[in-house]
Design a binder for this molecule. Structure first.
Ligand SMILES: *Cc1c(COP(=O)(O)O)cnc(C)c1O
Length: 421
């Protein structure tokens, strides 16, 4: 039901149209981004934005919820089927909110959380400084092995024994390898701690069985719903029946008021798409493309954290090969030719998070546009050309043409998309 905003609000309409053009004419290589379908956009831009629905389906604090109930039940049932979980709470406004609810459900103020440090690939919501998590809990970190870029689970266990945490967080923002959830669970068991597995980045890969799942292993599984799974923007918590009530109460009233029912509708729409065989092919192609990207960048002489990838992105470590090029500068040079990626610290980085010596390059969004391995190799060469000569105007012009060609061969959103409203 998209309507034209332009007669009503020109300034807003222009900004949204400009953003639609930006998404069509550049390539998003941000590992946490994707392009949601027209169905998801329509669900999110629906009249459900008007509805208060505090509570659970069939048990609300407001009247008029029968259709909101149907929508939320669809989202819950589809999430349970996708991830094989007993219970799914689809109300968290974001992945961060899902993590806050997980801590609220399992911990008391002052308890100790053990999580991966952010400079090694952890997330803000795992207790970094300046967050409420850090303020209300004792937070300690483990790291990856700086020589291999991989988790050394024996070292994580030793760290857990030293810290004696109440809760261990696994699941990360910038860890390019498979996570051994069972091994983390043995660490949690050894120190009698809860285990929260945060699948924010991995939702789509897990839904398609392209990466092993922590459901049924960890106590709680949290995630974002708009990353690899490309459903409506938000978060979710998955658990078994024993923790269902604690989770629901932790989400509302623990951390939130009324759920964003239009986003819950977007989750339902995206989860339905993720249950199709086409989605499984899509998720496989995301990883195949990331592997093609890793291989080609390796041939071009780049160093990758951990030497490659098992997932949907690569993490380029510029320190040895391009010592004068910071992640910040690399990000700006790429953006100037329409390649939108993000700077990142790499394990052992001497630069700060706002500068960084690394670059995270993801394939979920370009794979949604239809990229195959051949197109991804062209993309890898374009990235490598820019990083090898970030100040060369001739190279920039040539790469900008390649990007324009790739965008027109692999289009996203037509002129009449709901994204145009
Ligand atoms: C993206 C992310 C989140 C949540 O992000 P939101 O922006 O709050 O949805 C949580 N954990 C990890 C590991 C993430 O990468």
């Amino acid at each position: 039901m998209p309507t034209d905003l332009s007669p009503v609000d020109g300034a807003l309409s222009d900004a949204l149209a400009a953003e639609r053009s930006r998404q069509r004419e550049t390539l998003s290589l941000i590992a946490s981004e994707n392009h949601a379908s027209e169905a998801v956009l329509a669900a999110q831009g629906s009249v459900l934005t008007n509805k208060y629905a505090e509570g659970d389906p069939g048990d609300r604090y407001y009247g008029g919820c029968e259709h909101a109930d149907t929508v939320e039940r669809l989202a819950r049932e589809r999430a349970r089927e996708l991830f094989g979980a007993d219970h799914a709470n689809v109300q968290p406004h974001s992945g961060t909110q899902a993590n806050l609810a997980a801590y609220q459900a399992l911990l008391d103020s002052g308890d100790t959380i053990l999580s991966l440090s952010m400079s090694h690939g952890g997330h803000l919501s795992h207790g970094q400084p300046y967050t409420m998590v850090d303020e209300h809990f004792e937070v300690s970190h483990y790291g990856v092995d700086e020589a291999t870029g991989r988790l050394d689970y024996d070292a994580v266990e030793a760290r857990a024994e030293a810290v004696d945490p109440d809760l261990i967080v696994s699941g990360y923002s910038a860890y390019p390898r498979q996570v051994d959830w069972e091994r983390v669970q043995t660490v949690a068991d050894a120190v009698d701690a809860y285990h929260v597995a945060d699948i924010a980045h991995l939702t789509g890969l897990l839904a398609a069985d392209v990466h092993p799942s922590p459901v049924g292993i960890a106590d709680l599984v949290t995630g974002s719903t708009h990353k690899t799974i490309r459903s409506g923007r938000g978060g979710m918590v998955l658990c078994d029946e024993a923790l269902a009530d604690a989770v629901d109460t932790a989400v509302m009233p623990g951390c939130q008021g009324g759920p964003l029912m239009h986003n819950v509708a977007g989750k339902a729409a995206g989860f339905a798409e993720a249950l199709t065989p086409e989605f499984e092919l899509y998720a496989r192609q995301i990883v195949d493309n990331a592997t093609a990207l890793a291989d080609r960048l390796g041939e071009r002489g780049f160093e990758l954290v951990s030497g490659g990838t098992d997932v949907h992105f690569v993490l380029v470590d510029l320190r040895e090969t391009h010592p004068d090029l910071t992640g910040e500068r690399a990000e700006a040079a790429l953006e100037s030719v329409g390649l939108v990626a993000n700077k990142q610290t790499v394990p052992g980085d001497h630069r700060s998070a706002t500068v960084g010596s690394g670059l995270r390059i993801g394939t979920p969004a370009v794979t949604t546009r239809g990229f195959d391995a051949t197109a991804t190799e062209r993309l890898a060469d374009a990235v490598a050309d820019v990083l090898d000569a970030p100040d060369d105007e001739a190279v920039a012009n040539e790469v900008a043409e390649t990007v324009a060609d790739l965008c027109s061969r692999f289009p996203v959103y037509g002129d009449t998309t709901a994204a145009s409203v």
